[in-house]
Design a binder for this molecule. Structure first.
Ligand SMILES: C[S@@+](CC[C@H](N)C(=O)[O-])C[C@H]1O[C@@H](n2cnc3c(N)ncnc32)[C@H](O)[C@@H]1O
Length: 339
């Protein structure tokens, strides 16, 4: 929320910190620093970069609190060492790379607003190198978010789960840890499921995981499954495309099976929550026909596809979870009558 003149100025300039961080990751600055202090000249040599440029960048990052400086030597802070050094197991350098990709898209915003969506300049979405890094990037975010998002979800009694458009499998893995009796299938583009397989092995979950590499529109999802988890895909596609996918989801679920959609749902006014209407703007730049939808729009598609018993949860005022059951609503019998 921007309330005054100062905040307007800050917003106009907010890209400088973001761009500084992205550039530092692009030249592997935090990785070159690693665990030891170093001078600007030493880092410039390792990065094969201009000593003057590296020195300015190191000083700016020190000002931002991401490095410390003593005499002419710079050092990673514990935060930078943990998240920004590519050698760390908790590194989010792929996610920051993705922010850089989004930056390139955002530059075209005024153009897209004036002239409409433009053909993408980026590699196509099924380009293996792009997809591999994209999957790793989202894993660095979704792995961290998973416990919070999955807290309200109860999968007791379920045996089989499909993580559709599951990317590197972040949510499926978190669910397998929570429900050890569950078996998960991850469906995504071939390059993404390769990352998922490697992550499953890394997390010691390979025995509970299968993958299907394919296209959401043309390939079979396998099944039928007890539960389909579908996170962050709806916004990529048009209403017609989403309805086509929902029809396929229906055939891949057991009767009474559950669909769990995780999405950036808009409120009815389409302007709130603000993080979601801003994300929606990015869809103008990042997708051919995608956008964020309201809870009501998606619920309507689900009703038409034969789902009922809807449950909505909003996490951190931003990410939405819409749960639905395949089949018509049945009145639950009082617990004393259930056997
Ligand atoms: C925004 S990512 C979400 C990944 C993961 N579900 C998460 O929430 O972290 C969208 C995923 O859907 C996959 N996807 C989108 N369209 C697809 C298609 N037509 N066929 C197969 N996978 C697709 C992408 O490859 C990507 O992994």
């Amino acid at each position: 929320m921007i309330r005054n003149y100062e905040e307007l100025l800050q917003t106009a300039d907010a890209f400088t910190d973001s761009r500084t961080l992205i550039a530092a990751v692009e030249v592997d600055l935090f990785t070159h620093l690693g665990k030891k202090p170093a001078t600007a000249k030493e880092i410039a040599r390792k990065a094969d970069a201009s000593p003057e440029g590296i020195e300015f960048l190191l000083n700016a990052l020190t000002g931002m609190g991401l490095l410390t400086k003593s005499a002419d030597r710079f050092r990673n802070t514990p935060l930078s060492r943990t998240y920004l050094d590519a050698a760390s197991t908790q590194s989010i350098t792929n996610f920051i790379w993705l922010a850089g990709q989004h930056w390139n898209d955002w530059i075209g915003l005024a153009d897209a607003v004036r002239k409409g969506r433009r053909p993408r300049k980026r590699p196509p979405p099924d380009n293996p190198a792009f997809r591999k890094r994209f999957s790793k990037a989202l894993h660095e975010r979704s792995f961290y978010l998973a416990p919070k998002i999955l807290r309200p979800i109860d999968l007791r009694g379920a045996r089989t789960l499909l993580d559709l458009g599951g990317g590197a499998g972040s949510y499926a893995f978190a669910l397998l840890v929570k429900y050890p009796g569950l078996h998960a299938t991850i469906f995504d583009r071939p390059a993404a499921v390769k990352v998922a397989l490697a992550e499953a092995k890394h997390a010691d979950l390979a025995e509970q995981v299968d993958v299907i590499g394919g296209d959401l529109f043309t390939d079979s999802y396998g099944g039928p499954y007890d539960v389909i988890f579908y996170s962050n895909v709806v916004h990529i596609y048009s209403p017609q495309e989403n309805r086509r996918i929902l029809k396929k989801i229906k055939t891949a679920l057991k009767p009474g099976g559950r669909l769990i959609i995780v999405e950036y749902f808009l409120d009815k006014d389409q302007a709130h929550p603000p993080d979601v209407s801003s994300f929606n703007l990015m869809m103008l730049l990042f997708t051919e026909q995608g956008r964020c939808y309201t809870w009501e729009e998606v619920t309507q598609w689900l009703k038409q596809a034969g789902f009922s018993r809807f449950r909505r949860t909003r996490i951190d005022g931003k990410i939405g979870i819409l749960e639905a059951t395949l089949g018509t609503a049945q009145k639950r019998r009082p617990s004393s009558l259930r056997r």
